[in-house]
Design a protein around this ligand. Structure first.
Ligand SMILES: [Zn+2]
Length: 195
């Protein structure tokens, strides 16, 4: 029956292998920023190489060298350094022109980078939770001199400020505590959502 319909269907572009949301999510993550945040020294050359790898699924060493106007040998070292850290991976294929020769195709290890993002966020969350605990442990305060005291300290001083003698009051939730709570909630939500 209607051949038109078939034709129309054929025009629909095939879906890419990676699901779109996952790919978009990755593109929002700047590999360089992640690597710097986890404290990895990324030099200028490695940065240029990563930017090249970000653009494509896989790039040959020769293409990277050509784009950077460098010799293949000079881009290999930083590429292997990235591979050692698990950030980049390579695949070797026989050169169709020179059969005894291999061509190396490089890709960013997206899983590893997403894992690093997660690790960074978990560390940050741990740090913030500790800060919040520290902030909350001062249960009493003196409004006159703005000093804060631990529960035991307040008890020992009969709930009178050791500095000025004013009555100690329950410490208010400070802006710092509120900010920490918001930030912790944000990180928790991010970590709960699937990557
Ligand atoms: Zn006081």
């Amino acid at each position: 029956m209607p051949p038109k319909k078939v034709k129309f269907k054929q025009k629909v572009r095939p879906k890419s292998k990676a699901s779109k949301p996952a790919q978009q999510k990755f593109q929002n993550i700047k590999a360089i920023e992640v690597l710097r945040k986890v404290g990895w020294g990324i030099d200028e050359l490695s940065e240029k190489i990563i930017r090249n790898l970000e653009k494509q699924k896989s790039v040959s060493e020769d293409a990277i060298a050509r784009r950077l106007k460098m010799r293949v040998n000079d881009v290999r070292k930083p590429l292997y350094a990235l591979a050692e850290k698990g950030v980049a991976t390579y695949e070797k294929k026989r050169d169709p022109k020179k059969k005894w020769w291999y061509l190396y195709f490089w890709s960013l290890n997206r899983e590893r980078i997403l894992g690093l993002v997660r690790e960074t966020k978990m560390k940050e969350l741990e740090k913030l939770r500790k800060q919040l605990d520290d902030e909350r442990k001062y249960e009493f305060e003196c409004k006159a001199c703005q000093k804060k005291y631990l529960h035991e300290e307040a008890l020992e001083a009969d709930y009178l400020c050791p500095e000025c003698g004013a009555t100690l009051e329950t410490a208010r939730t400070t802006i710092t505590i509120k900010k920490l709570e918001i930030e912790i909630k944000r990180l928790e939500t991010e970590l709960e959502s699937p990557q």
